[in-house]
Every structure is written in C-alpha cells, then in structure tokens.
Ligand binder design. Sequence first.
Ligand code: HXC
Length: 517
Amino acid sequence: MSEEDPRILELRAMRAKSREGGGADRIQKQHAKGKATARERIEMLLDRGTFNELEPFITGHIDDMSMATEKYLGDGVVTGYGQIDGRTVYVYAQDFTIYGGTLSEMQSHKICRVMDLALRNGAPCIGLLDSGGARIQEGVKALGGYAEIFRRNAQYSGVIPQVSVMMGPCAGGAAYSPALQDLIIMIEKQSFMFLTGPEVIKAVTGEVIDSESLGGSDIHMSVSGVAHLAAKDEAEALALVRQFLAFLPSNNVENPPFHLSGDDSARMDEHLNSIVPIDPSLPYVMHQVIEAVVDKDTFLEIQPAWARNAVVGLARIGGHSVGIVAQEPAVMAGVIDIDASDKMTRFVRMCDCFNVPLVTFVDSPGFLPGIAQEHGGIIRHGAKLLYAYSEATVPKVCVITRKAYGGAYVVMSSKYLGTDVTYAWPSAEIAVLGAEGAVNILFKKQIEGAADPAAERKQLAADYREKFNNPYQAASTGYVDDIIEPRETRAKVIAALSALRDKYAPAPPRKHGNIPV
Ligand code: HXC
C-alpha cells in the first residue's frame, strides 16, 4: 500500500485540531454541565449527514490591541449549511469552549457569511448561541462585529426566517441578535439571557443575583415576553426548531409547505356546539376550540406562558399552515392589555411576512380599563395591533365565538380592517360596550330617577342583551359574513382559506410604514 500524501495527512490533522475546539478539558467541562458541543448540537439539529462546515480554519486576530493569548481554529463558532426535512438551512453554533463562545471580529465575519448566504439563497438561518457576549480582549472590534450581525438581522427580517436557540448563557450582544429574530427558544435551567451578567451587576451595583433569577427561561417565558418557546433539554429545543420551520416557507416569496395531515376536512366536532356557556359570565377554554378546529395535534403555541389572556400559535388546517390568534376567556376574561397587544401584533406580522394565513378567534370584553394600562401606553400598544391587522395582506379569516365588544371587535381582525371572511357563532355578542356599562351611560338619568334604580338597571341591561347578545344585528348590516354552527367551524375555515389561496392584495408603494412601537 502506498504511503498517504503528507499534504492529505496535514489536512486531516488540521481538521482534527479544528474539531478539538478549546481543548479536551473544556469539552469535558461542557459535557459535565450536561451540555453538548457546538458540532454535536448541529448534528442533532440537521438531517443526518447533511452538514457542511465553512471556514473552520479561521482564527481570531491576535494583534497589539488584543489581550487574547491563544489562537483557536474556528474562533469560537462553527458555521455552515445543511438540511432540515430535506430543505436547505444555514446554521451557526457558538463554541463555548473557545473564549466562552464570545464574539470576536472573525467570529462575526463567519456568522455574517452564513447569514449572507442564507439571504442570497432564500433559506432560513439558525443560530445556536452559547456566549459571554462581546469578547472583552477585542474591544471595539467585537462591538463592531455585533453591529454587523444586528444590521443583517434587521435587514433580512421578513425575507428569510431567523431562529435563535439559547443553549447557555447569552450575555450582551448575544441577547440582542436573537431579539431581532423571528423566534427565540430557551432551555430550562440551562440558558440565560441578559444584557449585563451577574458579575458585572455585582461590580457596578454590589447587587448579588443569580443568572436564573436575572434572565432564565421562566423569566423570559412568563415575565418579560422575550422568549417564545422553552424546552427541557437541548434535544427538545432543537426538535422545536424543526417543528417551527416546518410551518414556514424558506423565504418570503415562497408559500409555506403543505403537509397532508390525514385529518378529515369535513370533520365536525359536536362538542363545540355546547362549548360556550349560556351564562355569558362563565368562561370556557379557547384552547379547546383551537384544538378542535385545526388538524389534530398540529397546534404549536408560541409564548404560551406570557400574556395568557391572548393565544397565538402555528397550526395546520387541511394540511396548510395557519397562524392562530385568539383570546383565552378563561384568563382575565380574554381582555386585551398591553402585553397581549404586543404578543398578538408581533405574531400577526411574522405570519404576514412569511405568507401564513391568519385565523382569528374573538372572545374579548375589550381593552383592559384602568390607570395602569392607560399610563403604560395601552393606546400605543393597542394601536400596534390595529396596524398589524390592517397591514397584513395574507388571507384573514375571523370567527367571533362570543364577546366582541368595542375595541375588541374592531381590533381583532374585523371585517373593515380588511378581514376576508368573518363568521360569528350564535353565541356572538357584538356591541360597543357590555350591557351594564352601556346602560349606565345611556340611561343614567332614567336609572337615577327610578323608584328602584337597581331593578331599573337590571331590566335595561336585560333589554340591551336581548338586542345585542346575538350576532343577527351585525349580520343584518353586513358586519359579519355568516352565522355558523360552532361544529361547522373547521369545514368553514378550510373552505374560506381554500377560496382565498390566490388572494392578491398589493400594498400601496412606500419605503416602510411607521408602526407605533
Ligand atoms: C472574553 C470571556 C467573556 C467575555 C466569558 N469569557 N465571558 N472572555 N470576553 N465577555 C471566558 C472566560 O474567561 C472563560 O475562559 C470562559 O469564557 C468561560 O467563562 P466562565 O466565566 O468560566 O463560565 P461560566 O461560569 O459558565 O460563566 C459564563 C458567563 C460569565 C455567565 C457568560 O463568563 C460572564 O458573566 N461573562 C461576562 C458576560 C457579560 O457581561 N458580557 C457582556 C459583554 S458586553 P477560560 O479561558 O477560563 O475558559 C457586550 C456588549 C454588546 O456584549 C452590546 C451590544 C448592544
């Protein structure tokens, strides 16, 4: 057998060295924390054997400005392309074993390169982040490196899907890049997002706080609303990326992929006909309505633990991707507050930019009244939702299940905001205000002057309900397109979406709008 060419041997040795990352000790430390390495994560994410690495031999600059002492091949990030469900994706995974995965000038160059390729080829870009933020030794070069990434995040937004999985600590710039993307997935007890870490906070303010309380997945899933999905471990987090991307097209000029669901399009759920209680003050669970209408087991709820009075998520209906937006009457009666407005707005815009039709279920008494909401800017936040629904050109179908009072009627995909088909259930109540509030205003003098004001108010409220607690008045004036039995909803929504598939609704030319952020 002839001897191997030494140049081939050298290449193999270099490749092996690049796979060592920051060295065996640091890899072992990473594994000891229950964390996989960057390359192991990419293998878990992509279809088997499809990953092709780019620029593995890049090293960090070590010059006068840098205090870093060692050059590591790859410079703390593994980049390249591969496939998910046979579709091309671009990926970068930070390697915590090299300077804590921190961002250097050359790491930024590598990340920007895959982002540029993703854009040019109309494919999603996925980041697996595990990083201490800007590499301190590189000073302004690292900061500039982040700016390069942020600019691309913003400019490519709405052109290709961008997804971030937080695999560990993600500090400083490592938190801002994901915040500019379409989806952030966190891992319970393992990933943390903050602008300044516990060490810096301690140095600046003396305050001692642990990473979990500062920016763990619970905080970002239920308090800040920064994260969209949480997983219990790395494998589950990476599986969520695959599940999410299966709902979306690879770019904004494609349509979402069709997946035959096997669920009967004409399926009727008899339970829906009795799901709304006769007593309008009693709640029911909108999640059950959603599950009954969409293809079985396809609903992927986004931000399930934040602003729970609103529900958003992706699903399939008749095999096609849809974005579901709804109120949850079982939480705060489905009222719309600041956080719910923000949650629904962002989701509506994501669906619109990726050609995912919107199906909205409405049951809301309106905007949450009170000084905290007014002073917190509910006008500004609620306006975002109006803006998003008005601007969205994807097919829009709306189902009013019960209350659609005042702002809730108008804002939640109402017909004259441009919704294509609006259905109401027989339990729909469409009015400017709820009965008590309305009669207090309309019949103030009459109630005050009555022998028994309480009885008078009750009677007037009953008359008002009689008039407005049904969808017929709205239907008689064309404000809803049809009144349907709840059990028919699935078939009706599928038929509407099918009739709207070739919808053409060009927006007037402009540079961009000025959404009230
Ligand atoms: C250089 C860093 C670093 C950094 C960590 N390391 N952060 N090197 N620059 N920012 C190195 C450590 O020296 C160590 O090197 C290795 O990474 C692992 O770090 P440890 O601290 O040992 O790990 P751990 O205990 O798990 O803690 C991880 C951490 C912590 C939570 C990320 O290191 C930390 O708080 N770092 C600073 C985070 C921060 O405040 N960054 C903000 C940067 S400013 P060795 O050689 O021992 O393996 C920023 C501005 C951008 O990003 C602004 C954009 C708008």
